[in-house]
Design a protein around this ligand. Structure first.
Ligand code: MTE
Length: 320
């Protein structure tokens, strides 16, 4: 995400945290390195220090992305947005080594018959894991293809028997300042929060991911459990979830709270609705090389057949 100086923060922005020129140089260098496919060798040792990822048992779901070519592991795990570990794309891999994704508990609350605290094992137990290869489009106009391992979010939510008042579902990221150095900086209001309308959450495309490339999620990708909604801009994919709350009212979301004019609640990928500061019509495909042409962005990121009906009759220019 690109930060415009949010007023309520008293003017803190990433380039204030490190000096402006260092910030810009690192950003430009890393972008060039990733685009040129050099990122693995361009990054310092941090990524290598991360704990080894465990193998997962899963089946490949050929109905989702069997025709897509995933990005390289180094690209998916070194070029991240996870502001709790810093605002540069390389920060999450470098600064998340101390983060402990196990043991893990998810609190379920709000408008549901079944609520309480569930361990990671409780959450996963009834859900067979599958690999799905999804196109992922970041609001910053770049994209990747990622082989996630996870299970349908709707299957999980149904277990809690949401009541008829449950119109939305809200998610919260863990807040652990001792393990997440980025929390020192008020670049967003912490903890990170996100939300979906309940019918969006129940759509079969929405998954809870616990792995990538057949192994458990690295910390920088949102270990141990995160949301993936491939028809929406990447920022909806909240990481390291510790709370799921069923609500009657639309819940706040971090980026909307920070800059409402730029980031809406829906955040559906839409090449026809520009971000106020840049076009969303095309995207840079990470890994295609610095000089590759940008490819056209697809409505709902190419998943219109599965999700367009969720928004029938809505003005998508207003509900961005
Ligand atoms: N979740 C939390 N808790 N904190 C974040 O800063 N960044 C979001 C999203 N989830 C973010 C987050 C943004 S802006 C994007 S693009 C995706 O995570 C990036 O996911 P990736 O690094 O696995 O590609």
């Amino acid at each position: 995400m690109l930060i415009k100086r949010p007023e309520y923060l008293g003017g803190v922005k990433p380039s204030d945290i490190i000096s402006e020129s260092v910030y810009e140089n690192r950003r430009t260098f890393l972008k060039a390195a990733v685009a040129a496919g050099l990122v693995g060798s361009a990054l310092p040792a941090g990524a290598a220090q991360a704990p080894a990822q465990a193998d997962l048992k899963y089946t490949k779901n050929k109905a989702f992305g069997a025709d897509l070519k995933p990005n390289r592991y180094e690209e998916v795990t070194s070029y991240n947005n996870y502001y709790e570990f810093g605002t540069d794309k390389s920060d999450p891999a470098q600064n998340s080594g101390k983060f402990k994704p196990q043991p893990w508990t998810v609190k379920v609350s709000g408008e549901a018959e079944v609520t309480g605290d569930f361990s990671y094992e409780d959450i996963l137990k009834p859900h067979p894991l599958e690999e799905r290869i999804y196109r992922m489009r970041c609001v910053e106009a770049w994209s990747m293809v990622i082989p996630w391992v996870g299970f349908p979010l709707g299957d999980l939510l149904k277990r809690f028997k949401p009541t008829s008042k449950a119109k939305y579902v809200a998610f919260t990221t863990v807040n652990r300042p001792s393990e997440m150095p980025g929390l020192r900086y008020p670049v967003l209001e912490w903890p990170y929060v996100e939300g979906l309308r309940i019918d969006e959450a129940m759509n079969p495309l929405a998954i809870m991911a616990v792995g990538v490339f057949g192994k458990t999620l690295p910390n920088q990708n949102g270990a141990p459990i995160r949301l993936v909604t491939p028809w929406k801009y990447g920022f909806k994919g909240i990481k390291s979830i510790v709370e799921i709350r069923f609500t009657e009212k639309q819940p706040p979301t971090s980026w909307n709270r920070s800059q409402a004019r730029e980031y809406g609640f829906y955040a559906n990928v839409n090449p026809e609705v520009d971000h106020p500061r840049w076009s969303q019509a095309r995207e840079q495909v990470i890994g295609n090389g610095l000089f590759a042409a940008r490819q056209p962005t697809l409505m709902f990121n190419g998943y219109a057949d599965q999700v367009a009906s969720l928004y029938a009759g809505m003005d998508l220019r207003k509900n961005y």
